[in-house]
Write a protein that binds this ligand. Structure first.
Ligand code: NAP
Length: 189
């Protein structure tokens, strides 16, 4: 059932996923730093009859992030889904977002998109600390892998990544997009 979804990484590889969700009736917030890319997406979604609004913010700016997310919730209602494609060193910002969204006091879902490096035998596959989330945050890991075709491997294309993220939301489940096994078969570059 459509609701309010906030997407980080929406102007990059998750662009098509954002537009798909807007076309499915979600109110889609897209967070990024580049105003022109945000504006273009908003106009495209609007022309297709969808609601997509921009949040121009650097996610390392934790105070600004809180203000932007609180403002979005006041304007469009509580956030039901957060799709987070963030750098590993932005963990504090992700925790801040989790706390802010939990402040609404209702259940919501976090689709945490991770690069394939998280699947390496010595990779960092830690999930965010949800101990303060009071069971409100339902966590779904979306792990990006690679594709093996005709005996060779390649990295995922953006359309495959977007389809995987949309499917994870539709199925409301964690997902490995492509494969991460055997790990030794991953592309070399
Ligand atoms: N396993 C795999 O196959 C795999 C895994 C990972 C990535 N990839 C590929 O690698 C490519 C590059 O990935 P990428 O993450 O470098 O690029 P990307 O997804 O194309 O762009 C990063 C996204 O995050 C936003 N962003 C970055 N830093 C931000 C910040 N500080 N504050 C707010 N928003 C921020 C960017 O918007 P702004 O720049 O406007 O802020 C943009 O929307 C992808 O296109 C994908 O195909 C593949």
């Amino acid at each position: 059932m459509p609701g309010h979804v906030l997407i980080i990484g929406a102007t990059g590889m998750l662009r098509d996923a954002s537009m798909t969700l807007a076309s499915q009736g979600y109110v889609v917030g897209v967070l990024g730093r580049d105003p022109s890319r945000l504006e273009t997406m908003m106009m495209e979604a609007s022309a297709a009859g969808g609601i997509l609004y921009p949040l121009e913010i650097d996610y390392y700016d934790e105070e600004g992030l809180s203000e932007a997310v609180d403002g979005a919730a006041q304007r469009f209602g509580p956030i039901d889904i957060l799709v987070a494609w963030m750098r590993d060193d932005a963990g504090d910002s992700l925790h801040r977002l989790i706390d802010d969204i939990c402040d609404a006091g209702r259940p919501w879902k976090l689709f945490h998109v991770k690069g394939s490096a998280a699947a390496a035998p010595d990779g960092d596959r830690r999930n965010p600390d949800l101990s303060q989330a009071k069971e409100l945050c339902q966590y779904r890991e979306v792990l990006l892998g690679f594709q093996i075709e005709n005996g060779t491997s390649r990295w995922l294309a953006d359309d495959e990544i977007c389809a995987g993220v949309v499917t994870a939301i539709e199925e409301d489940s964690p997902k490995v997009v492509g494969t991460v096994e055997p790990w030794d078969s991953r592309p070399s570059s």
